[in-house]
Write a protein that binds this ligand. Structure first.
Ligand SMILES: NC(=O)c1ccc[n+]([C@@H]2O[C@H](COP(=O)([O-])OP(=O)(O)OC[C@H]3O[C@@H](n4cnc5c(N)ncnc54)[C@H](OP(=O)(O)O)[C@@H]3O)[C@@H](O)[C@H]2O)c1
Length: 223
């Protein structure tokens, strides 16, 4: 079992925390307002969960989920994240995040931009393409015929293997989407973004196997 630190404990963060706790992992939650504001979530998650500052959550995690608006990526506890396997869920929405030149001109993918903010972190992109309610409801144990797959991208093979093992433990398979530079294939607006898992209106979601995810990644065209 592992400890998952979380920077951001909103819709996606709390969902991954729930899946992790259910799989027997420990979680250390954090947000922008302070650990005292996370006590209800800690109570709901049970004894495997606690809340802390972002730096403490990052230091405690064997893996650290960064699940904040992209605009907050410049304010992360970079020193505590150095050397950590960092799971990036982020999607750039200028209406929420403001204009970020390197993302507007596509000189960097969103995960490359995050990696620049936290030097030395072993960044892998995951969870960004699935609606949080589908993520909650599509988890299935290994071997289930209707297991759902998620694309993952990263430059560090060891970090990817750690992520694959973690995903397997919480109910998901992984499809390799290449390096961080390739992760535009899973950014907003691409075929793999949201669509394979069904309409948002159906909270249960639609299982998507590895072939469906591979085909969606292959159909992506650079915007
Ligand atoms: N919602 C989805 O279905 C979904 C799916 C895939 C990917 N994503 C992406 O994942 C990211 C998170 O989305 P979300 O829907 O989970 O957002 P959310 O529900 O709004 O939660 C955001 C979390 O980030 C925290 N936060 C904000 N600024 C922070 C800072 N400077 N330092 C530390 N924590 C900070 C917030 O804390 P406070 O509440 O204390 O401010 C909150 O816990 C976004 O980039 C989003 O595009 C979302």
């Amino acid at each position: 079992m592992t400890t998952l630190g979380l920077i951001g404990s909103g819709r996606i963060g709390s969902t991954v925390a729930r899946l992790a706790v259910d799989a027997g992992h420990d979680v250390v939650l954090s947000n922008s307002r302070g650990p005292e504001t996370l006590q209800d979530l800690v109570a709901a998650l049970g004894p495997r969960a606690r809340a802390a500052t972002g730096a403490t959550a990052a230091a405690a995690g064997d893996l650290v989920l960064v699940s904040v608006p992209v605009l907050a990526c410049t304010a992360l506890p970079a020193a505590a994240l150095a050397g950590k396997v960092v799971l990036d869920t982020g999607n750039y929405y200028p209406g929420r995040d403001g204009q970020i030149a390197a993302l507007d001109d596509r000189s960097l993918t969103e995960s490359e931009y995050l990696a620049q903010q936290i030097p030395g972190a072993r960044v892998v992109k995951v969870f960004n393409n699935i609606f949080w309610q589908h993520l909650l409801n599509l988890a299935r144990p290994a071997g289930a015929p209707d297991r759902t797959y998620l694309p993952i991208a990263g430059d560090d093979i060891g970090a990817k293997l750690i992520l694959v093992e973690f995903l397997d433990s919480i109910g998901y398979g992984a499809v390799d989407d290449g390096a961080l530079a390739d992760s535009w294939r899973q950014q907003p607006g691409t075929p793999v973004y949201g669509t394979p898992y069904g309409e948002f209106a159906n909270e249960k979601g639609t299982p998507a196997d590895a072939g469906v995810i591979r085909a969606a990644l292959a159909a992506a065209t650079r915007m």
